[in-house]
Design a binder for this molecule. Structure first.
Ligand code: ADP
Length: 303
């Protein structure tokens, strides 16, 4: 459903006589998401998560590299194609619950609005709005305006709005960011329902450990690249032989063979600068550099 390869996004800011400053928000990011997956994207503030979501939402274009969603190359869209892509292929939910809804329309009217833009007949619009509000567990709130809804209800209406035109991919940027724990759980459940009941592929950017711990796949972004990922649940144990379903940590191997080791792994063994590799018949081991004196951590040589 989503395939990003060596994705780069450079922002140019503060134009001066000498050109201005460049920020590389994405620095060769690779990401593949299969159809029907529900994936959490995590990473420190400034690591490039929102930039990636903006590109996948068709709001922004990559400076280099490729991003395709459901076979659409997002770097090559013409204006009209971009509008169609945003209307039909992706649905988006923002963190600020209020920003997702028009305040003077009822919940039901908010859900019907994007269908109107897409030319869905009126009767079909009404039926689908009812279905979606019901699926999100807020059938009773259809005739209320956002001001008369709780934050959690507003966000569930926002998910229904995002699903109105049956997108293949749902993008949620910190959807639980403004909500308490119990309400976050409701929103997460609603996103999971969209994934399981409608088959929508879901990508959630989150700081929320509660959300990240409950999804099968968590991808970590660091410095504008995907670095590591964790797979949980029964399927995570496939192939590793132990069958216990414990979380399994992965790292991304890019096209030229580069990989990034998780910082807690490298720090716990004092790995720095150079590591020793040994190719075994079915795996590779990574050892501290044996030419370094024992106990010489990253700080011992002055960096
Ligand atoms: P995250 O969502 O992980 O917090 P962002 O994608 O928002 O990260 O930002 C990645 C980097 O790009 C940061 O250094 C940020 O300051 C910079 N950045 C984001 N948007 C812009 C912009 N419109 N103009 C200039 N720099 C930007």
């Amino acid at each position: 459903m989503v395939h990003c390869e060596s994705l780069v996004r450079i922002y140019r800011t503060g134009t001066t006589a000498r050109g201005g400053v460049e920020v590389q928000a994405l620095q060769g990011l690779d990401l593949t998401v299969r159809e029907g997956e529900l994936t959490a994207l995590v990473g420190a503030s400034g690591s490039g998560k929102s930039t990636l979501l903006g590109i996948l939402a068709g709001l922004d274009t990559p400076s280099a590299g490729t991003a395709t969603v459901d076979g659409t190359d997002l770097g090559a869209l013409k204006r009209r194609e971009r509008t169609a892509y945003r209307r039909r292929t992706v649905g988006t939910i923002q963190q600020q619950t209020a920003a997702n809804l028009l305040p003077y329309l009822t919940a039901r009217e908010n859900v019907q609005l994007p269908m109107g833009y897409a030319g869905v007949p009126r009767r079909r619009r009404a039926a689908r709005a009812t279905e979606l509000l019901d699926l999100m567990g807020i059938a009773q709130a259809g005739d209320r305006t956002p001001a008369a809804l709780s934050g959690g209800e507003q966000q569930r209406v926002a998910i229904a709005v995002a699903l109105a035109n049956e997108p293949r991919l749902l993008l949620a940027d910190e959807p639980t960011g403004e909500l308490d724990t119990a309400t976050s759980q409701e929103i997460f459940t609603a996103l999971r329902t969209a994934n399981s009941e409608l088959g929508t592929t879901v990508l959630i950017v989150t700081h929320d450990a509660l959300v990240a711990d409950q999804v099968r796949r968590t991808v970590r972004i660091r410095d504008g690249r995907t670095s590591t990922e964790v797979l949980r649940g029964p399927a995570a144990a496939d192939g590793d032989g132990d069958g216990d379903g414990a979380p399994v940590e992965y790292t991304v191997l890019d096209r030229v063979g580069r990989l990034q080791l998780p910082r807690d792994f490298t720090e716990s063994l004092g790995l720095a600068h150079r590591v020793r590799l040994v190719l075994e018949h079915d795996h590779i081991t990574v050892w501290p550099d044996r030419d370094r004196p024992p106990g010489a951590g990253p700080a011992a040589d002055g960096g």
